[in-house]
Write a protein that binds this ligand. Structure first.
Ligand code: MN
Length: 438
């Protein structure tokens, strides 16, 4: 006979105990879902099930200090802060693990209402994005891009080893995985051409990134330390910073990317809590140049997370894995980026999203964008279907997946998927119509 005094590392939802399951009891990522006839509300993924947190809150099995879960976004829960996050997580482990609190397991009616098959629900944006900032913290990515644009001598910009470089992106077009988007229209200019032309981007790309979700706000005008910044982070998602390279190349100087990245940014639907990633925290990379005091490393705040990119052309039976890398390749942690963001006095809010920057490894097959994988389009890659790719074509589907590998379980992120639709038809622009008529 076994006496269980603490919740075990297994769940009574058996699919969660499979070795390669993304969502074991050690993970418990948060998202927003709806099922037939019900409004979007907060849930947790466990094995092949979604647990309705609104239901558990209504029957008082979980308590975040205020009603927060019958809500179409995680923002209210995130704003409750780290002690509420920890309390709810502990309660969920008790309720969902084998040998824990049996009140959900034994209540058949409640279980029918609160435990839903994941393949029967629709996932929504997990939180309302308050602001979206994208960084550039991948050293190999920054080096590769620098070599292509400025030559090997000046590959890394002079400020790169001192400052987490970023730009303010568009919160309005951050979309949840599974949302298709149209190829963007814009201005582009070939290097040899004298003047720009207008039309659909011909160099459409993905960028493999992690997104950090800010749970607690900072105060207007007040800097924060790296440790304080780390405590403000609620969790992490996969993030695809879709990029139109031809539009970017023409517009980016001197203020950085604008329309080249404003048309869509995809995130995975499940926010993996920082607490689930703690066993996978690793130390910072070697610092070539000491960081200024406000950015200095304060404990292991990087993560050992495997990342994978797959590409599937329209109609193809299967996707081709085109890159594999690891988030350890980042040079600045999300906590350092957040501390840097707030140091000027910039207010950071619940629901702010920080993109890590493209994550590329050292080897050729570990590059996190087509720009790097095909070296600016000069070296096409070949897919399993036999087709070649330099940049994305209409109908292409790009899928990211990620997981941290434990001894007998893994903490997965699920998938971040997006499909490229053809560019919108151009309206009859003034002037062109006159030319056509006359
Ligand atoms: Mn990016």
């Amino acid at each position: 006979m076994t006496i269980v005094s603490e919740p075990s590392r297994c769940s009574w939802i058996e699919s969660a105990n499979l070795r390669d399951c993304d969502f074991p009891i050690q993970n418990l990522p948060y998202g927003v879902f709806s099922s037939a006839g019900s409004a979007p509300r907060c849930g947790v993924a466990l094995g092949d099930r979604v647990i309705d947190l609104g239901e558990l809150e209504t029957v008082e099995l979980i308590d975040a200090g205020a009603p927060v879960f019958a809500s179409p976004s995680l923002n209210r829960f995130m704003a409750r802060g780290p002690s509420a996050w920890a309390r709810v997580r502990r309660r969920l482990v008790e309720l969902l693990s084998e040998g824990g609190d049996r009140r959900l397991l034994d209540d058949h009616d409640l279980r029918a209402r609160a435990v839903r098959p994941a393949d029967k629900v629709r996932m929504h944006m997990p939180f309302k994005v308050d602001g979206y900032t994208d960084f550039y913290a991948g050293r190999h990515h920054a080096t590769n891009v620098g070599m292509m644009f400025r030559g090997a001598e000046n590959a890394l910009p002079q400020n790169w080893l001192s400052i987490p470089i970023g730009y303010n992106g568009r919160a309005s077009t951050v979309v949840v995985s599974g949302t298709d988007f149209r190829r963007p229209l814009g201005q582009k200019k070939a290097p040899a051409a004298e003047l720009p032309v207008f039309g659909p981007s011909a160099r459409l790309d993905f960028e493999l990134e992690m997104g950090a979700v800010v749970g607690m706000p900072s105060r207007f005008g007040e800097p924060i330390t790296v440790a304080e910044a780390d405590a403000m982070i609620f969790g992490y998602v996969l993030l695809n910073d879709w990029s139109a390279r031809d539009i970017q190349a023409w517009e980016y100087q001197p203020l950085g990317p604008f329309q080249a990245k404003a048309f869509a940014t995809s995130i995975s639907p499940w926010v993996v809590p920082k607490a689930a990633l703690e066993p996978f925290a690793v130390a910072a990379p070697k610092r070539d140049r000491p960081l200024l005091p406000y950015l200095r490393d304060q404990g292991p705040m990087f993560y050992d997370i495997e990342l994978e990119v797959r590409l599937r052309p329209e109609g193809a039976a299967r996707a081709t894995t085109i890159a594999r890398t690891n988030s350890r390749e980042l040079y600045y942690s999300a906590a350092q980026q957040l501390a840097h963001h707030a140091v000027s006095g910039c207010l950071m809010n619940t629901g702010d999203l920080l993109g890590s920057g493209t994550i590329s490894g050292r080897s050729k097959d570990s590059r996190g964008s087509l720009l790097e994988l095909t070296w600016g389009g000069a070296e096409p890659i070949t897919l399993d279907t036999g087709e070649a790719r330099t940049f994305l074509e209409d109908g292409d589907t790009v899928t990211f997946s990620a997981w941290a590998e434990g001894e007998d379980y893994r903490v997965g992120f699920g998938e971040c998927v997006g499909k490229v639709l053809p560019a919108p038809a151009e309206p009859p622009w003034p002037g062109e119509r006159e030319n056509a008529d006359g």
